[in-house]
Design a protein around this ligand. Structure first.
Ligand SMILES: *Cc1c(COP(=O)(O)O)cnc(C)c1O
Length: 401
């Protein structure tokens, strides 16, 4: 999107505000489907937790996507947005047997990631098809917080426990219709991904009635200049070849599934905030903006570097800034960042604000959650209004004291 379009949105709807570019979402979706165009049955299940606004879910429905969900509430949002239950997969971690049964009863594909629930569920509901989440123990990323495939991860059933899985399946007579992996949020290397895929193919051979193999996600998108990005076109070529060969060997038609969140929505998002104060100290110049980690926690939580530009004065001379929030706690978005000279009242735009931004926001410091805007066909439409004071009080019960 152009800076002047974003600036107009900030003027019309106020700040802080999230803006999502529908066209960019569609472009990313089609990049992925094009990369795997030789696969007969391809399923993209958008990971709802990245950005769960119902209008965004409806956009994905229009594109032909399914959904990947991690809670029964995300399932309900998907159903509310008009998705058929059979186009939703539910991949929770550490949730109760009770919730899994409720989701299965809705007709949603369930994906189980521990032996205890697998055994309980299989014994009780042998007819309900179940997908199994495998942990292939592959370190896909550099940061152990986001590489969930490694040995200490809480996610998935260890590949080393395959004999136990097979025993449970045999004893319960349950129907395993899918095999799944999700090795974390940052696949740095296609070869690492393909290596994990081989483990999944080997595992798949042990199950005779599979309908799909789900390769999860972990596609990387660039946050700043020079960042690497998963080459989905190259991955498409290499994995398609392997998948088609495996399908032949397996002797049954299979769906190839992915469940990206970040890849589909990260770059489509912009977060706009106003500079309340420019504060010079003995060591730096702070630009204090009208938001904080209550609205955008990624820089503080994950150390993410979101590119920031001054869209009010984009042509100004660049200076070094520390961009900080208004939360009464250290909440630094950027340090020593070169940004076109900032004046109080300027609007700063954060890039890559589509994934894990609004969906991780909170009311800390009793601030309202921001508004969300969908930019589609050259029009800005409000898809979530800014909260009001009523929202802060909504569920509070004021007792007599
Ligand atoms: C979060 C999550 C995803 C999406 O990951 P991205 O890095 O956003 O693509 C996919 N699958 C599962 C099971 C997840 O928990």
């Amino acid at each position: 999107m152009e800076s002047n379009q974003l600036l107009q949105i900030a003027q019309e709807f106020g700040s802080p505000v999230y803006v999502y570019d529908a066209e960019k979402i569609a472009t990313q979706y089609h990049r992925l489907t094009n990369a795997f165009s030789k696969v007969e049955k391809l399923r993209i299940n958008y990971a709802v937790k990245a950005l769960s606004n119902v209008s965004i879910l409806k956009l994905f429905k229009q594109l032909g996507s399914g959904l990947d969900t991690v809670s029964i509430q995300e399932v309900q949002l998907g159903l509310h947005a008009g998705f058929d239950p059979q186009n939703i997969i539910y991949t929770p971690n550490g949730v109760s047997m009770d919730e899994i049964e409720q989701v299965a009863a809705l007709g949603v594909q369930i994906n189980i990631d521990n032996l205890s629930i697998l055994e309980q569920f299989g014994a009780k509901h042998p007819k309900t098809p179940v997908c199994i989440r495998i942990n292939p123990h592959v370190m896909a990323g550099g940061n152990s917080n986001i590489s969930v495939g490694h040995i200490d991860s809480k996610f998935g059933i260890s590949i080393h426990q395959l004999p136990h899985i097979l025993r449970i399946v045999e004893n319960t007579g349950m129907h395993i219709n899918g095999i799944h992996m999700h090795t974390g949020s940052d696949i740095l290397d296609i070869e690492v991904f393909l290596y994990a895929a081989e483990i999944l193919f080997d595992t798949a051979k042990h199950f005779k009635e599979l309908d799909f193999i789900d390769f999860g996600s972990g596609f990387k998108v660039p946050y700043k200049k020079g960042d690497i990005e998963t080459n989905v076109e190259e991955l498409g070529k290499k994995l398609t070849r392997r998948f088609l060969a495996f399908e032949k060997e397996y002797g049954r038609e299979l769906t190839l599934a992915f469940e990206p969140g970040k890849f589909l929505v990260s770059e489509a998002g912009y977060f706009l905030a106003k500079v309340n104060v420019v504060k010079q100290t003995t060591s730096t110049v702070f630009a204090g903006i009208d938001t904080g980690f209550n609205h955008l926690i990624r820089p503080m939580f994950y150390g993410s570097e979101h590119y920031i530009e001054n869209i009010s004065h984009p042509k100004g001379k660049e200076r070094f800034y520390s961009v900080v929030g208004y939360i009464c706690e250290t909440d630094t978005f950027a340090t020593n960042r070169r940004i076109a000279e900032i004046k109080e009242g300027d609007i700063l735009s954060f890039r890559n604000a589509g994934a894990y931004c609004f969906s991780m926001s909170s009311n800390y410091n009793s601030r309202y959650k921001p508004a969300e805007i969908l930019w589609k066909d050259g029009k800005a439409q409000l898809i979530r209004q800014r909260e009001t004071f009523e929202d802060l009080l909504k569920n509070q019960i004021e007792i007599d004291l």
